[in-house]
Ligand binder design. Structure first.
Ligand code: XLS
Ligand code: MG
Length: 344
């Protein structure tokens, strides 16, 4: 049990509370006001979308983007924060209405590729060699709209082009089975890892496992993590929670199923997660009902729940678990674990 844990989140995790059925309910915090929250909430680093880092990047030249990213790196240094990764926001622009790399329109695909390259440039200037790729609109509402074989080949070609573009960049694919699409291509960790095999350097393709996304695929997040760990491909995580098969909730880590959260903490800790610099990202969303003054609690709570579960996990003598396992007494083991979780 030797994980080393540093915590990160993205500026989008402090938000105004709009949902598809209603507008903002909280005032916006400026980016600098958000940055000032990180250390206070117990966090060490920042996750970025490309336009969180350089707003308006579509209308800027390469040197303007570089100047802004360089200035941001200085600001991060002043706050004592590091940039964990940058992710291209490929789901907002009119040109990505039907996806980025799988778009049926060639000019739109070219836009996605250019944007992804800018994301890589920004990451490097922020001192990170990691980009995260969540596939968002790379999927279909109806199957006939795209050819699924061609779509996967196009995504692989895009990854391959990025690997060639920067020889040190690593790509963490964040798989999610649905939302906003009916079905998204590359819906699970296994798909993401297999996709890497179609590129020039599979070693630089890994995954970002989000708890809620695994749950939406009806899979157990800790087993997904174990799968990626077995291939040394767990480049980062997005911990949160999810109450069943519905819209992506991004609930506070451990807020729905404490034992499922416990097992995620445990598998990470058991296999020295963090020893190669990996961070624990918390992709959580405040409830719309939270007042502005309390709208960062989901972040500090998620981190504290992680650390509480770590304490529980580390307090459990391995020999006791091994004893139950040796007897094949899994009913006994179940009672023992539930007691530990209840502090008994
Ligand atoms: C959406 C994803 C997204 C990524 C970052 O479901 O969780 O927020 O984490 O691009
Ligand atoms: Mg996420």
């Amino acid at each position: 049990m030797a994980g080393t844990f540093k915590f990160t989140f993205g500026p989008w995790n402090i938000h105004e509370g709009a949902d598809p059925f209603g507008p903002d309910v909280r005032d916006s915090l400026t980016f600098n006001a958000k940055l000032a929250c990180y250390k206070k909430l117990g966090f060490d680093g920042v996750q970025f979308h490309d336009d969180d880092a350089v707003p308006n990047l579509n209308n800027m030249t390469a040197s303007e983007i570089a100047a802004e990213a360089t200035a941001l790196k200085k600001t991060l240094d002043e706050h004592g924060l590091f940039a964990e990764f940058v992710a291209p926001r490929l789901w907002f622009d009119p040109r990505t209405i039907d996806g980025g790399f799988t778009n049926n329109c060639p000019e739109c695909r070219a836009f996605a590729m250019e944007r992804f390259k800018k994301t890589v440039d920004i990451a490097r200037l922020l001192g990170s060699n990691l980009v995260v790729l969540w596939f968002a609109r790379e999927g279909t509402y109806i199957r006939e709209a795209k050819d699924s074989r061609l779509a996967v080949q196009r995504i692989a070609a895009a990854l391959d082009e990025i690997l060639a573009y920067d020889p040190d960049i690593k790509i963490a694919i964040e798989a999610k089975p649905n939302e906003p699409m009916d079905h998204t291509y590359i819906p699970t960790t296994g798909h993401a890892m297999a996709l890497g095999l179609l590129t020039r350097d599979p070693a630089r393709i890994g995954v970002n496992i989000e708890s809620a996304h695994a749950i939406l695929a009806n899979l157990d997040p800790s087993d997904e993590m174990g799968f990626a760990l077995a291939f040394n491909k767990l480049f980062t995580v997005h911990l949160n929670d999810q109450n069943g098969l519905k819209f992506d909730q991004d609930k506070t880590f451990g807020g729905v199923d404490l034992r499922r959260a416990f097992n995620q903490v445990r598998i990470l800790d058991k296999h020295n997660y963090g020893s190669n610099g990996e961070a624990v990202g918390l992709d959580v969303k405040a409830m719309r009902t939270q007042k502005l003054e309390q709208s960062t609690k989901h972040l500090s709570n998620s981190r504290e729940i992680f650390l509480d579960l770590l304490e529980v996990s580390r307090s459990i003598p391995e020999a006791v678990i091994e004893g139950y396992v040796a007897e094949r007494d899994y009913e006994g083991l179940e009672r023992f674990i539930v007691k530990a979780l209840m502090g008994k």
